[in-house]
Design a protein around this ligand. Sequence first.
Ligand code: NAP
Length: 288
Amino acid sequence: MPRSSAPVEGRGRCVRTSHTKKHERIERMSGISPTENARVALLTGAGSPRGIGRATADQLVRDGWNVAILDIDGEAAQRAADELQSQAPNDNKVVGVRVDVSDPTSVDDAVAEVEHALPPITALANLAGISSPTSFLEISSKEWDRVLAVNLTGAFFVSQRVVRGMIDRRYGRIVNISSISAQRGGGTYSKVAYSASKAGLLGFTRALAREVGEFGVTVNAVAPGPIDTDIMGGTLTASRKAELSEGTIMGRIGTPFDVAALVCFLFGESAGYITAATYDVNGGLQIS
Ligand code: NAP
């Protein structure tokens, strides 16, 4: 089997530092070509203006990445892409594409559109998700199936479509957005179906990491606590934020940028020895 030590096109680094030149020298020595065009990220569920995906797209574009923003709301994805394209510092490109991650044909079409518009994809974040505040005795099989289809099967469809190219090019980064609900069985807003879907993502992450590591592809999970977005039944009021921050060590709920920073780090070339990991981003709520 070919190993991941083979030269790769991308370096996927997210943050530029004053040590850039030194790093580039090290990258040359290690056979990794610092091709700007090789920084290409695909983010699902990134069309929502106040979401974690959008915050991730903001940071990636600022750092010179090419970014594909995919969302079930195609117009929102296109609007986000237009806004970010006008702020792009270099000649990095931003595209917005509609996708329903629970539909394999839609996923295939959307990824093909991205592949046509941008250089090969080096990083994928599965962020598309829906909440489900329905309790166990009330939830219908239809709602259960929909939550699992978007939150878990969606990550399967998109990852399988994208990872083949990563394997061919011997380089890739995949980040799956799970939730503290997977670890604590809810406790924030959503209930059983959501927790089950997000717990499924943790097993998915580890099993996929095992299969693709030898090809230079890392797969990690991020498990946020309550974050100030609109997914928990709309924009959070001050009193709901205070309620949700109870039990955190930091005494506040998270911002989308708190999560975006970690996703960007895991996308970076320097994160190449981190795989099959789950990261808590919850202000310490995991020990409450
Ligand atoms: P968000 O702004 O609602 O982002 C989720 C995005 O996914 C929305 O734009 C949503 O569109 C889109 N989407 C829904 N179904 C889709 C589908 N079938 N195909 C493609 N896109 C679809 O909320 P967020 O908080 O940033 O959530 C991002 C991820 O973080 C989610 O996976 C969520 O479960 C996870 N997370 C969030 C929190 C939190 O407290 N915010 C905590 C832990 C984990 P619509 O708005 O039209 O549905």
